[in-house]
Design a protein around this ligand. Sequence first.
Ligand SMILES: [Ca+2]
Length: 295
Amino acid sequence: MMLNKIKSCIEKIQYSSMQIGIMYFMLTFSTSCSNEAVDTSANDSPSASEIKEPSSLIFTVLNSMPHDTAAFTQGLEIYNGKFIESTGLNKQSSLRTVEMKSGKVLKQINNEDAVFAEGVTVFNDTIYQLSWQNHQVFLYDAKNFKKLGSLPWSGEGWGITHDEKNLIISEGSDKLYFVEPGTLKLNKVLSVSDNYGSVNNLNELEMVEGFIYANRWQYDYIIKIDPKTGFVTGKIDMKDFLQKNSKYDLTYLSKPGSTPSESGAVLNGIAYDSISKKLYITGKLWPEIFEIKLD
Ligand SMILES: [Ca+2]
């Protein structure tokens, strides 16, 4: 690939005069022939004023199904008609298969006590489960939950999803890391921003029709990110979503003198069914997983 690019650059020079050709070579080589490593050029420091205000995305709640109120949800995805869920906290972290309609946990393996598990995604029948500060990504066979090993990850792990060829990892900052499945080799770093500037605290992720949806830790909304530019193009207002839609008594979430969100019970699960085009939303310790449809 590199050789082809160099050849292409040299061919371009042959059509130019020597002086212009040298300048052209330097310019072309520096912009298109040297980017073989990590692509960080896609969205270098856009000015906030260049970014349009995200549109408000309207949704309808269609249904809800029970969710384990002991599950400190860190990642949610759909695989073969069932939820794959990763739960966090030391000594309580787990990987689960959950029946969608009943919320019944069909299969569960617990992480080691010292592991604080985070987001989860499935790529080519391999489950990738992040850990928060253990600097490891755990791999499992999605068909039988057999542990396949782990890969080192130098930063923190928060959320994970994937496109056709990359895993996409968040770390609680405004950065999304596009890495190769199987090796975690870094292919691209995407900075996420909106019309006010950088958008940090990116957490649980989900790929929806070519856009990356993310919830932000300590914010009551889900954002829709263009993976080419990193710009936030839409926003789903989730303020008091659980309180407005739950059929259950939520007082168990409130420690004396605190609100549900202060007990840690924040929205942190987004899964998309690409066949039915429905989104599934839950949170840490929530009693339900909600089925919603964007209008
Ligand atoms: Ca997800």
